[in-house]
Design a binder for this molecule. Sequence first.
Ligand code: ZN
Length: 201
Amino acid sequence: MKVVLVGLNYRSHAKELGMRVPEEPIIFLKPETSVIGPGDAIRIPEGVGRVDYEGEIGVLIKKDCKDIPPEEVLRVIEGVVALNDVTARDIQKKDGQWTRAKGFDTFCPISSEVLPIQNWDEEIFVKTYLNQRQVQCGSSSDMIFPIPYLVSFVSSVMTLRKGDVISTGTPVGIGPISRGDEVKVVVSVGLRSVEVFNPVI
Ligand code: ZN
């Protein structure tokens, strides 16, 4: 199983970082060993400096596929999940590429439940709570690259397998986590929602 993520996909977050809107999605991978479930601890390694939460909308792939056009993406996905793209920010800046910063064990909490999607007209929201205080709120309507386009784009690069997850970027409001914190990411469509909640140790 692989997790494919997008670097910068919300106008609000691009603005926050003072970065230009990219022409094409910047994608990267997190290893399977970074994935944890609800209730599992996010373990901050010694000496890594600042570590951030990034609440995101993930897409769970239902069947092996390649070169899927955007209008056929609904056919190959199970639905959306809540995902936390935990990032060692200082290391990300220092390394200049992201494998180490985003690849530590436990740095990819994913909800165990999936929210089915009927059509892409429904607005999908992602909210992040740090110690029960809301710190991020984003909507799929603020995305630079819409979800069907993103899944199609990634499938044009690599074969997607059943069980793979594509994460679609984080909105404005990223911030640090420390040992003792509790962080929760909630993804919702209308009144339905899925979440992943994790203590930080
Ligand atoms: Zn991210």
